[in-house]
Write a protein that binds this ligand. Structure first.
Ligand code: NAD
Length: 372
């Protein structure tokens, strides 16, 4: 790859730095992409995966810039990838992660967080080496976001604001959740507190449906025992693929990217899509939903509860403060995006990108090297 190729990735927002890290003594190969730090030191996950392209890492770092700016956090966006099999023995993983931490010691504008293949223990190792990381264990002042359901809580707040834009009133609304994991189960729980009824849920093994409502606590218990949602007694087992066509008011993807595509999106019967997973819909699917009057609340607006919690943790805040910040920020940002989309007849995603990028640009104007 030439230098010109690397700069092909850059636009007026970033990336500010692409750092290649190699430590042959322990077999460490990693890259860090710091996209933009105009709003403050960048927070972004450290992923461990056998193969991720630089381009992908650049895209993930930009997504963090937008997510953090959209949530009005005093943090820019970044992402890092350590090349390796996340299932390697724990002792090997600790060596790699500690070596990675030492290599980024002087990259002080990057604050790592957990991502695919890393967890709160990995963040504790990094903090132990260099004094900074988010997503820490409770004993180190961490706020365990998957345990408290930070992202699910934020999704329920977004749904509440979306009521007046989508016409879906939460009290009595029916809900289908794709991916009954950390995000999906907490979203179902917090939405149920606002009066919605979970009628369908899926995981990798299949899906269940009951028009009278599924027992959320029973589903959580099954998942905790390592079983599939399909084993829920008294509910009808359906194909995971058929979840998309379930007659419901709210459809909540909380599993994988690109699950709503041109070839399947027209099967959706819901009026509101709450994007729990990252990039769950392709650009074409977003357009089709918009054309059919289905309101789709974009991922980095609706699922920012996790990163908001990480920022509160970084600044020494409590779990209570994290919930307050999520409620305030997600409500304000969902409203701002949906109002802009309505006024401009724009896709909610385009409105969200405009909101986030204009915040980043305004912050850039306040930096030393800006162009008037
Ligand atoms: P998780 O691993 O706890 O749960 C994912 C669930 O999805 C699992 O139950 C799995 O069985 C299921 N699943 C996977 N593929 C599926 C498929 N094809 N069909 C149906 N179910 C499927 O993960 P999570 O932490 O809940 O994250 C879910 C998504 O949300 C991911 O895309 C993640 O990047 C995104 N996200 C998570 C957070 C967070 O706070 N955890 C924050 C923002 C975004």
């Amino acid at each position: 790859m030439t230098m010109k190729d690397i700069f092909e990735f850059a636009d007026e927002i970033g990336p500010a730095k692409i750092v290649h890290i190699s430590e042959p003594a322990v077999g460490l190969k990693a890259i860090v992409v710091i996209d933009n730090v105009a709003t403050g030191p960048a927070i972004g996950g450290t992923r461990m995966a056998p193969d991720v392209s630089v381009e992908e890492c650049v895209g993930l770092a930009r997504a963090m810039t937008f997510k953090n700016a959209a949530a009005s956090l005093p943090h820019g966006g970044a992402k890092s990838v350590i090349l390796g099999n996340p299932a390697m023995p724990r002792s090997d993983k600790e060596v790699l992660i500690r070596a990675f931490a030492c290599a980024i010691r002087d990259l002080t504008e990057y604050i790592p967080g957990p991502d695919m293949g890393t967890n709160e223990t990995a963040m504790a190792w990094i903090r132990d080496e260099i004094g900074r990381a988010v997503g820490l264990p409770r004993e180190l002042g961490g706020i365990p976001l998957d345990e408290i359901g930070a992202t699910g809580f934020g999704l329920a707040i977004a749904a509440e604001v979306a009521e007046e834009f989508s016409g879906v009133k939460l009290r009595g609304a029916t809900l289908a959740v794709q991916g009954f994991g950390a995000v999906g189960r907490h979203a179902a729980h917090y939405l149920a507190k606002k009066g919605t009824k979970l009628i369908a849920a899926s995981d990798t093994k299949g899906a269940v449906f009951d028009a009278n409502g599924l027992d959320i606590d029973e589903l959580v218990k099954l998942k905790a025992e390592g079983k599939s949602v399909r084993e829920l007694k008294g509910a009808k087992a359906i194909d995971a693929d058929d979840l998309i066509g379930v007659e419901c008011d709210i459809w909540l993807p909380a599993a994988r990217p690109d699950v709503l595509r041109e070839d399947n999106v027209d099967r959706l019967k819901a009026r509101l899509v709450l994007q729990g997973a990252n990039i769950p819909a392709t650009a074409e699917a977003e357009k089709r939903m918009h054309a059919r009057g289905i309101l789709s609340v974009p991922d980095f607006i609706a699922n920012a509860g996790g990163v908001i919690t990480a920022a509160v943790e970084y600044h020494g805040g409590t779990e209570r403060a994290a919930f307050d910040a999520i409620a305030e920020k997600i409500a304000a940002n969902t409203r701002a995006v949906l109002e802009m989309a309505k006024t401009k007849h724009a896709l909610p995603r385009d409105a969200a990108v405009e909101l986030a990028s204009s915040r980043v640009r305004r912050a850039m104007q306040l930096r030393r090297w800006h162009r008037a």
